[in-house]
Design a protein around this ligand. Structure first.
Ligand code: AP5
Length: 210
């Protein structure tokens, strides 16, 4: 069993690319952000603990995240590995992950800070299938209708606003970016220029995974 990690700042395109490479890799997407939003919506103890951190753009405490991941990798669809999206985000999370599963590739989608706010503030997602769109850069083919599932229940995230994005970027630079060196030293860190067309990025990621 070998897993891969999609790494990068908020709005880099991790979720967008995860959905595009899922079929090629055969690995299920495991997004800690999606898991936490589901927990918040369901009002579980984990969701209640995570809510304030998420709304203010801070990282949720490591032990909460590590417990979520320990449980998730027990599911049958994870038996051949998974594609982590947004995890790990601290060295403590990476150390815990190393005990849980083998990681073969960490794909870093690199996007300059100056591009992040416009990406995040224009994002919307399908409430039925979680497909990701953008008002300008990646709109649905038919306005109001999801390209992937035909649904019409689009949503915007509570933390997708200019103020929270700045906190999320600070958290990324202070707590998450040191992981680049941690994984680089292990020879499994692959940098991809994420400031290009979505299709070109997908091609480069699939090439790096070969
Ligand atoms: P999470 O949900 O993981 O958010 P994030 O890392 O901030 O990442 P995003 O989902 O915002 O961006 P993305 O890289 O997936 O980009 P996307 O493909 O959507 O985390 C949310 C919160 O949960 C955190 O702040 C934290 O509180 C908590 N949390 C989660 N995991 C945690 C952990 N491990 N530890 C602690 N706390 C945790 O693309 C963005 C937009 O850009 C879209 O509109 C898309 O259409 C567009 N786009 C994509 N690619 C391109 C392109 N090439 N060109 C132009 N536009 C593009």
């Amino acid at each position: 069993m070998s897993s891969i990690v999609l790494f990068g700042p908020p709005g880099a395109g991790k979720g967008t690319q995860a959905q595009r490479i899922m079929d090629s890799t055969g690995l299920p997407q495991v997004s800690t952000g999606d898991m936490l939003r589901a927990a918040v919506a369901a009002g579980t103890p984990t969701g209640m603990e995570a809510k304030n951190y998420m709304e203010s753009g801070q990282l949720v405490p490591d032990e909460v995240i590590i417990n979520l991941i320990r449980d998730r990798v027990q599911d049958t669809d994870a038996s051949n590995g998974v594609m982590f999206d947004g995890f790990p985000r601290t060295v403590a999370q990476a150390e815990a992950l190393a005990e849980i599963t083998e990681v073969s590739h960490v794909i870093a989608i690199e996007v300059p800070d100056g591009r992040i706010v416009e990406r995040i503030c224009g994002r919307y997602t399908c409430g039925d299938c979680s497909a990701v769109f953008h008002d300008t850069f990646n709109p649905s083919n038919v306005e109001g209708v999801c390209d992937s599932c035909g649904g019409n229940d689009f949503k915007r995230r509570a933390d997708d606003n200019a103020n929270t994005v700045l906190s999320r970027l600070s958290a990324y630079h202070e707590q998450t970016s040191p992981l680049a060196e941690w994984y680089d030293q292990r020879g499994i860190f692959f940098r991809i220029d994420g400031d290009r067309a979505i299709d070109e990025i997908t091609e480069d990621i699939l090439r790096a995974l070969k």
